[in-house]
Ligand binder design. Structure first.
Ligand code: TXA
Ligand code: MG
Length: 316
């Protein structure tokens, strides 16, 4: 199959209407989208990604009013979160209406819904009359794509089209929040920070899950991983532990002495660091070093989501 990379939104809509899958831009990472109401289209997503069927997909909507079409028993806190952060990088896990097929939710009684903050994605959603089920557009377990090129390099030949919407502005995936009555639980750290969520709805609990957590079956400990071994910590300590290896360094803001190195944000800006994270991990994975030494970031705001991704990348 030829894979077209194009900015043609109507063409993407046509593929999706025919039950084909298309990689689409969002503000977080690129997604691999299918008609969320069409099980045979959804099945193609699992196949192209090599994704286990027990890992549920996020369903993307183009309009806040669709919340009640696909979910039920929506608590006031869930409403407040949608009002405060949609369109934006937060996914709400809610009780599903049965119009959402089992395959999208891996048979769970809940569905993860989100309205992306990306003009191309929102225009696409306005041209079709169904929501889009879309996991990140990477082979299962590998680093998520933040440019159309990343997607093309890994999925060419497997999908008909990559809709190009430029580089992703947020750079890490959405925050996943389970809204069970008035209880709010963060299941995955992401583009909306815990601090921002607590400012909107008060204290929340955080339950970052591993494979053993049935409420988020897809949250594997090892994920977002480069092919090379990656170690996370304080750079000076990592260098002295691994001095006999050929290492590359991924640091927050300082330049360290290594043949290959990337700096996430010279001005210590966590937004910029998140934007650069996955692209720089890919770059170092493709380079000549044997291992990657990654600096642990300040555990605040987006730094927590970045550290979470680095820890999962490190746990192979
Ligand atoms: O930013 C994002 O969220 C990106 C873009 C494309 O929207 N999508 C994304 O999808 O990161 P994915 O499939 O790579 O990660 C979604 C995770 C799944 O691994 C699963 O653990 C969780 O969301 N999830 C989905 N539905 C769920 C549900 N009903 N209950 C609990 N967790 C759910
Ligand atoms: Mg993913």
């Amino acid at each position: 199959m030829d894979t077209l990379v194009s900015t043609d939104i109507s063409l993407a809509a046509q593929f999706l209407e025919r039950g084909e899958i298309v990689a689409i831009p969002t503000e977080t990472v690129y997604g691999l989208a299918a008609n969320a109401l069409n099980p045979s289209a959804i099945a193609k997503v699992f196949e192209a990604k090599n994704r286990p069927l027990f890992d549920p997909l996020i369903v993307h909507i183009g309009n806040k009013s669709q919340l009640t079409v696909y979910a039920k028993n929506i608590s006031s806190k869930a409403q407040q979160l949608a009002e405060a952060f949609w369109p934006g990088p937060i996914t709400l896990v809610l009780q599903r209406h049965l119009i959402i097929p089992d395959l999208a939710t891996s048979g769970l009684e809940t569905v993860g819904l989100r309205m992306p903050k990306h003009n191309t994605a929102l225009q696409l959603l306005s041209q079709i009359d169904f929501p889009l089920a879309a996991p990140s557009a990477n082979p299962f377990g590998y680093i998520s794509p933040t440019t159309s090129r990343h997607v093309y390099d890994q999925l060419k030949g497997k999908i008909p089209m990559v809709l190009d919407g430029g580089p992703c502005e947020v750079g890490v995936e959405s925050t996943i929040v389970q809204c069970d009555g008035e209880k709010v639980t963060v299941l995955r750290l992401g583009g909306v920070t815990v601090e921002e969520i607590e400012r909107a709805v008060g204290p929340v609990s955080i339950q970052l899950s591993a494979a053993s957590n049935p409420s988020a079956p897809g949250m594997f400990t090892s994920h977002y991983a480069p092919r090379k071994p990656l170690y996370i910590g304080k750079v000076e300590e990592l260098i002295s532990t691994h001095s006999d290896r050929n290492f590359a360094i991924l640091s927050f803001h300082k330049k360290f002495d290594a043949a290959e190195s990337c700096i996430l944000s010279p001005s210590k800006n966590l937004n910029e660091a998140a934007q650069n994270l996955f692209g720089m991990m890919r770059e170092l994975d493709a380079g000549g070093a044997e291992i990657i030494l990654a600096e642990y970031l300040p555990e605040e705001g987006l730094g927590r989501a970045i550290n979470d991704r680095l820890m999962r990348a490190a746990s192979k």
